[in-house]
Design a protein around this ligand. Structure first.
Ligand SMILES: [Zn+2]
Length: 137
């Protein structure tokens, strides 16, 4: 699959706002779907906390085959943190993994042929979901 950032359509989904456990500032979770040439290619969720520069915004991406009949090994989830000072993403490992998909730690996808697609999708989310503008440098 050839994925270009400019061709990816970002469909903004739900938003959840919850008070941070430690200080009560707002933790935001925004969700959405990604479409390329009228085909669904993935979904995402992004979480960050206002007033917590120590906690980096984290972006999750689910892609692959998420149909009911697909195998767990066909559904992939990857995650990156956004580093404002570097203006870029850094792939991260999972502290917790679900069981309904394959959660790829960074060594399992960074440097693979899939990485360019995944980073194009993260870039599309970052640039095209207008709820994330407060994260922009
Ligand atoms: Zn807090």
């Amino acid at each position: 699959m050839m994925v270009n950032l400019e061709d990816i359509v970002v469909k903004q989904g739900g938003v959840e706002t919850t008070p941070c456990d430690c200080c009560g500032t707002k933790t935001r979770l925004v969700k959405g779907d990604l479409v390329l040439a009228d085909e669904w290619i993935g979904f995402y969720w992004v979480r960050w906390t206002e007033g917590h520069p120590d906690v980096l915004p984290i972006f999750h991406l689910g892609t692959g085959n998420w149909s009911d009949t697909a195998d767990v090994s066909d559904r992939w989830v990857v995650a990156v943190e956004y580093h404002k000072d570097l203006e870029g993403f850094h792939a991260v490992d999972f502290e917790q993994k679900g069981t309904s998909a394959t959660y790829l730690d960074r060594q399992n996808w960074v440097g693979s042929s899939f990485a360019a697609e995944a980073f194009a999708m993260f870039d599309a989310v970052f640039m095209k979901d207008d709820r994330l503008t407060e994260l922009h440098p």
